[in-house]
Ligand binder design. Structure first.
Ligand code: TYM
Length: 384
């Protein structure tokens, strides 16, 4: 059954999300052709598929980011990950988008790993969230960020974040936080403080901040935009993506806690293939005969969505597949096999880079140029 209602919060995505409605509900702006064309012009590059095909579909103040770049004022990037388990294909796409932006605009990037958040919000010990932080950082480094322009920090360790969160925590009263996040009498007091921690990195530089992330994180940015200027900083800008759907259907989002819905970045490629073969929902007809006669429905097919979002680079091939499916020339088995091959190639390459990342953690966290600068700013020389 298709649910007509949908819900998007930083913790939950349910139902069939209507992204146009979400733009209205959240009060964001659509990412227009004009903004994307300007991006292509300024970066002198072809846009990657997640922009070209509108997987990123909404923004706040991205036009001002481009103006800041054009005028030489510049900007910086910020994104993050809550380490509660292994990362899946959905989690990594905002990082690819961030990498593309860093490479093309040549700007600094801060990546927050919220082991504190996942300890407070999930049934996990701090040791567990710290262990996942390390594992997830390997996946993030594997994306290929510039080590001298990227600082990856873990909240439990980079405690300077607390000092930056303090003025923010003094600006947000309980009723504001409650209205945005739905806190209640049972909410732990750590949860209520936490939004100040996630907002703090938007103040790491006195330039405008651009946050690429899925739209579930937007409530934090909405709150930040309420008080940023009163503290002498810019309201943060954001680029919002949709959600990669679970293998099992187009509702909700791929969830790390339901293994049959997700392909994890650390899945053995053979096993990942089996999972896709077994669980991926397609838009096919019940019998081959009907498929040939009536054609399939790519709009309702997770396999097609995954190709569209990330795994089929070639626009022409994607359109040919769309029409061949509609015309009944393709079987779901053929499409699944094609996606499996693409996913397996991606996983093999990712896992090779992930292995190499083990040697790079130090640099991203402590010794890269930007990391060193941040730690030095954080702890006065005499206390180090
Ligand atoms: P987390 O770990 O839930 O998600 C990490 C990033 O992945 C995005 N995301 C998805 N994107 C596409 N499809 C999906 N199915 C999907 N599920 C999650 C999230 O939007 C996010 O971009 N509280 C944050 C950690 C954080 C953060 C940040 C995230 C701290 N500061 C700044 C983004 C930007 C969290 O738990 O993310």
């Amino acid at each position: 059954m298709l649910k007509l209602e949908f819900k998007v919060t930083p913790w939950d995505v349910e139902g069939m999300v209507d992204y146009d409605k979400l733009i209205e509900q959240f009060g964001t702006s659509p990412l227009t052709d004009e903004l994307l064309e300007r991006t292509a012009r300024l970066t002198k590059s072809e846009l990657p598929i997640y922009f070209r095909r509108r997987f990123f579909f909404s923004h706040r103040d991205y036009d001002k980011i481009l103006e800041d770049y054009e005028s030489g004022r510049g900007f910086f990037l910020y994104t993050g990950r809550g380490p509660s388990g292994p990362m899946h294909i959905g989690h990594i796409i905002p990082f690819y988008a961030t990498k593309w932006l860093q490479e093309k605009f040549g700007v600094n990037l801060y990546i927050q790993i919220t082991d504190d958040e996942k300890f407070l919000f999930k049934n996990l010990t701090l040791d567990e969230t710290k262990r996942w932080a390390y594992e997830n950082i390997l996946d993030i480094i594997a994306v290929g960020f510039d080590p001298d322009k990227t600082f990856i920090f873990q909240d439990s360790e980079f405690t300077k974040i607390y000092e930056m969160a303090l003025p923010i925590a003094k600006k947000i009263n309980y009723s504001m936080a409650k209205a945005v996040f739905g806190f209640n009498e049972q909410s732990k007091i750590g949860m209520i403080f936490y939004p100040a921690i996630q907002a703090a990195p938007t103040f790491f530089e006195r330039k405008r901040c651009l946050i690429p992330a899925a739209i579930d994180q937007d409530p934090y940015w909405r709150l930040q935009r309420d008080f940023a200027e009163s503290l002498g900083y810019y309201k943060t800008a954001a680029l919002h993506s949709k959600f990669v759907p679970p293998l099992t259907g187009l509702e909700g989002k791929m969830s790390a806690s339901k293994p049959e819905t997700a392909v994890y970045l650390t899945d053995d490629p053979e096993e990942a293939g089996k999972k896709i073969w077994r669980f991926a929902l397609t838009g096919g007809q019940p019998t081959l005969k009907e498929q040939r006669e009536k054609g399939g429905n790519p709009e309702k097919c997770v396999v097609f969505k995954w190709l569209e979002i990330f795994f089929e680079e070639d626009d022409k091939k994607l359109m040919e597949r769309y029409h061949a499916c509609k015309a009944g020339e393709l079987t779901c088995g053929e499409c699944k096999r094609y996606l499996i091959k693409k996913v397996q190639e991606f996983l093999k390459e990712h896992q090779k880079k992930r292995k190499e990342a083990e040697k790079k953690v130090e640099k991203f966290k402590y010794t890269g140029e930007l990391a060193r600068e941040q730690w030095e700013r954080a702890i006065p020389e005499k206390l180090r």
